[in-house]
Design a protein. Structure first.
Length: 126
């Protein structure tokens, strides 16, 4: 993540672990269609642990840029994860177009690219 320190506003990068996956809201929303507002909101929102949101000065709806170690990037809105569902240091995004853009093509011989648990940095967009 990027936080700023001092009067010169020098960014401080932190590494997080991103866990893409399915959500129950996403599963229910599929019956309404993938282009319905509920489904789209679910797959275009990055969930962040509340302590990380507070520490980095993020509010629900703020936009951030996620960058993988290989340089793949997405810009996405954030929301605080409910309660203690997500521990500090982890980020979650529902499977969809944005999460797929972060996956590399290397399948490590399995035929399936790595889709969970990869290191990313987060930068708050203005």
């Amino acid at each position: 993540m990027v936080a700023f320190r001092g009067p010169t506003q020098v960014p401080i990068l932190e590494t997080f672990i991103l866990i893409p996956g399915r959500t129950s809201k996403q599963g229910c929303g599929i019956s309404e269609g993938k282009f319905a507002d509920g489904y789209q909101h679910e797959i275009t929102t990055l969930q962040v642990a509340p302590p990380d949101m507070k520490r980095l000065g993020l509010a629900n709806g703020d936009r951030v840029r996620i960058t993988t170690e290989s340089g793949r990037q997405i810009d996405v809105a954030v929301a605080a994860a409910a309660g203690d569902e997500l521990p500090p240091g982890l980020l979650f995004i529902a499977y969809g177009d944005l999460s797929s853009q972060l996956m590399d093509g290397d399948t490590h011989g399995s035929g399936m690219p790595t889709s969970k648990g990869f290191d990313v940095t987060l930068e708050k967009l203005s």
